[in-house]
Design a protein around this ligand. Structure first.
Ligand code: R5P
Length: 294
């Protein structure tokens, strides 16, 4: 068996493969996807993988068009002799469908975990949405490792924001907001959120009077429709305190969400590069390199 794993980036994740290569000297593998006229695809793995361990890198935002090529690539690699295939998924999809919300629905987080567990030998991800499912081991059958962006976010706030007060837009955000506040020794508040629909969110007005001289920093794990952030920005600006900074771990920004968020006039919108986006200013690649090497 070869010693060093081969890294295969998928879907715009070359930047992460390059960062891993720089620090580890792991080879970056060559792979191509050919699309036939009928839109079926064939994967060609141009780097020899026989007896090798592989690391696939792909965020799983917009998951449906990504999952089949990843499965085809994994199966191709095994047929070509790869001995082990791990998945680095900086954003893990379907974790918000973690319960049966309606009688006629299922629990997609569980179904998705079965697919990943079937085709991959291990997985590393960053801040998956663990809420009603408290640990990935509850639903994943393979070894999983969860990394946290709290350290890089704390460093960014420390270097870029004067007198921050951290604000979590809902109870789920308390886990990372309290951790970041602890690292940088800043106060924090958690708001009450009521979700009225896919694109409709109501947020309660916090008791923030004592923090007039602070800069509010909203921190959430996922910015998808951005309605959570927008509702929080509107409430905070109506309180006539300093304009809030918005930080998200995962920059999904579905449809026009980014434009809508900018229209609410936050001081700044910043995200981690778990999903490539123009707002990426917090680098999580050191976390992944460290996890691969430990
Ligand atoms: C939900 O519980 C999450 O922590 C986020 O607050 C939520 O996913 C954000 O979604 P959206 O941007 O669609 O409001």
């Amino acid at each position: 068996m070869k010693n060093s794993p081969i890294v295969f980036p998928f879907f715009e994740y070359d930047y992460l493969a390059a960062a891993i290569h720089t620090k580890t000297e792991y080879e970056i593998g060559k792979i191509e996807t050919h699309e036939f006229p009928d839109k079926e695809t064939v994967i060609r793995i141009n780097t020899p993988v026989k007896d090798s361990q592989l690391i696939f890198i792909s965020g799983l935002n917009n998951p449906n068009p990504k999952i089949l090529p990843l499965i085809l690539a994994a199966e191709t690699a095994r047929d070509l002799g790869a001995t082990q295939i791990g998945l680095v998924a900086p954003y893990l999809a379907y974790m918000r469908q973690d319960t049966q919300f309606r009688a006629e629905e299922g629990i997609s987080a569980e179904y998705f975990s079965k697919i990943i567990s079937h085709y991959f030998d291990w997985m590393i991800t960053i801040d998956p949405h663990l809420h009603r499912i408290s640990s990935l081991s509850q639903i994943y059958d393979i070894p999983t490792r969860v990394l946290h962006a709290t350290g890089p976010i704390a460093s960014w706030i420390k270097n870029n924001v004067t007198r921050p007060i951290l604000i979590g837009p809902d109870s789920e955000s308390a886990q990372w907001v309290s951790e970041i506040a602890k690292i940088i020794d800043a106060p924090f508040l958690i708001l009450q959120k009521q979700r009225l629909g896919d694109k409709s969110v109501r947020i309660s007005i916090p008791d923030i009077d004592q923090y007039q001289d602070y800069t509010p920093v909203l921190v959430d794990d996922i910015i998808s429709s951005a309605e959570t952030m927008i509702a929080a920005v509107h409430h905070l600006t109506s309180l006539k305190i300093n304009t809030p900074v918005c930080i998200g771990v995962h920059a999904i920004f579905a449809g026009d969400a980014y434009k809508h968020l900018l229209n609410s006039h936050p001081a700044r919108v910043v995200t981690c590069n778990t999903i490539p986006h123009v707002t990426n200013d917090i680098d999580i690649s050191p976390l992944i390199v460290q996890a691969l090497l430990s």
